[in-house]
Design a protein around this ligand. Structure first.
Ligand code: F0G
Length: 462
């Protein structure tokens, strides 16, 4: 036998397991109705395979758990803070670090410091919490991602890239003094986990230097972005993930981080920067909203686990298996004829709900309905990333109608096996075969902020 295409496997083995409850279809039907057809309102114990998010639900390593025992729970000046701060500088280049309880804590502080009423913040596609903090601070978000990012079929290898012509147009329109910073995300979540290229980031750096505008990095999934640069961008094939991550960060001035994703911890985040004046302002505000500037809402043990998690997150073996599992699920779905966002992204598979449910108009929330139907089929929990997540325009009150109407199957890091992925793929396929049985939804309750988290729905009678 000639084995030319050898399999890979995860660079770890399982040391502890968490048993899962199996449910019947009738039980799941009752649970989703009780949850108002919103998967965020399901009880976790009623979920079999939880692909709601990759945030805070990864498995920590034995080294990270050992770090938890080394927590220095002092109110001020914890040893774990200094370890975390030094690790951020060593791996991510930023000189100053302010811990926060999670990513949105850092977004709040940054937005309050840098934004004035009437400003505009350009970014490579919105993220829900990031845009809301910009708006609450008085700014309007402006999307400057390349057009290809809004087309699920486009095979562009770097759909997270910024269109510099859109930035020029914004300057011509509102003036550079109204732009406090450009926000650039690595591996853009809402675009489908799509990377930005190093060349594009470098061009953006030059643009920011030329216009004297700060460049802020949403580095939540920076290591996954580095993997795509390593595998797709010329000149990076021989560089390590660690080197690429460092180079990405060093092209930017400051960063917000939700360490619950790439950095392999269950809670935590930070705001990091090179500018001492900005650091001073952040320290001033963190004590108001999060905690002292040497813990910012994190326990000492959590800062220790984060310091260790950062070092594990940039290992080539780790990231290859992490994105490899996403690719495995994506390829399997594609082979079954399921329409997904292309190319396959870093943290999730995004199902194209418009293509799967062509008879449900966008204002009957096809992605929300598909996500509820998926749960009922086999207990797989996913998340809507379409019109519900996009929310309403803060000035007109109208729903944003995004081109991408998606359901996200998000893979927690180091948690599920290939067999789980097979079950998920078969379930998606089964739901797609019976798509004409799925009804659209209408709001039963719509919260004011970040409505997707707590909204309730009712099926539209047919
Ligand atoms: N930025 C990005 C790109 C994110 O994906 C998230 C969170 C945040 C910022 C906010 O961080 O949750 O720690 O406050 N994304 C999660 C998700 C919630 O499921 O995509 P946080």
């Amino acid at each position: 036998m000639n084995i030319s295409n050898r399999s890979w496997a995860e660079p770890y083995k399982i040391k502890m397991v968490e048993p899962l409850k199996m449910t019947t279809r009738a039980e799941r039907q009752a649970a989703i109705a009780e949850a108002g057809y919103n998967t965020f309102l399901l009880k976790s114990e009623d979920v079999y395979i939880d692909l709601l998010t990759d945030s805070g639900c990864g498995a920590m390593s034995d080294r990270q758990w050992a770090g938890m025992m080394a927590g220095d729970e002092a109110y001020a000046g914890s040893a774990n803070y200094y370890h975390m701060r030094d690790t951020v500088e060593e791996y991510y280049s930023y000189k100053h670090t302010v811990p926060t309880h999670q990513g949105r804590g850092a977004e709040n502080i940054l937005s309050q410091i840098l934004i004035s009423q009437g400003d505009y913040v350009p970014g490579n596609m919105y993220f829900t919490t990031t845009r809301l903090h910009q708006e609450l601070a008085g700014a309007t978000f402006v999307d400057i991602i390349i057009d290809e990012a809004h087309d699920p079929a486009s095979m562009h290898p770097f759909k997270g890239n910024v269109d510099l012509a859109k930035l020029d147009a914004l300057v011509a329109d509102v003036g550079v003094e109204k732009i406090p910073y450009v926000c650039v995300a690595t591996c853009v979540n809402m675009a489908g986990g799509q990377p930005i290229s190093m060349a594009n980031l470098r061009a953006l750096r030059s643009w920011c230097d030329k216009h004297k505008v700060r460049l802020v990095h949403d580095m939540t999934r920076v290591a996954e972005n580095a993997y795509f640069i390593q595998s797709r961008e010329e000149g990076y094939g021989d560089k390590s993930i660690r080197e690429i991550v460092y180079e990405l960060c060093s092209l930017t001035d400051a960063a917000t981080m939700s360490s619950k994703k790439d950095a392999l911890v269950n809670i935590g985040g930070f705001l990091a920067m090179n500018d001492a004046e900005l650091y001073e302002k952040a320290c001033n505000l963190v004590v108001v909203y999060e905690g002292l500037h040497t813990y910012g809402g994190m326990a000492g043990r959590d800062m220790e686990a984060l310091a260790v998690g950062i070092t594990e997150s940039v290992k080539d073996d780790h990231i290859r298996a992490r994105v490899g599992q996403v690719e495995y699920l994506g390829e399997k779905l594609k082979a079954m004829g399921v329409p997904i966002v292309n190319p396959i992204g870093g943290h999730a598979i995004f199902l194209d709900a418009r293509a799967i449910l062509p008879n449900i108009p966008q204002d009957h929330f096809p992605a929300q309905a598909l996500s509820a139907a998926l749960y009922v089929d086999a207990g797989v929990r996913s998340m809507e990333r379409g019109v519900i997540s996009a929310g309403r325009n803060k000035d007109t009150g109208e729903n944003f109608m995004p081109k991408l109407e998606l359901v996200r199957l998000t893979l927690p890091r180091r948690v599920y096996t290939q067999a789980h992925m097979d079950v998920v793929a078969e379930s998606v396929c089964q739901v797609m075969i019976r798509a004409d049985e799925i009804s659209g939804l209408k709001f039963a309750y719509e919260p004011e902020y970040l409505r997707f988290f707590r909204a309730r729905f009712a099926p539209i009678e047919r």
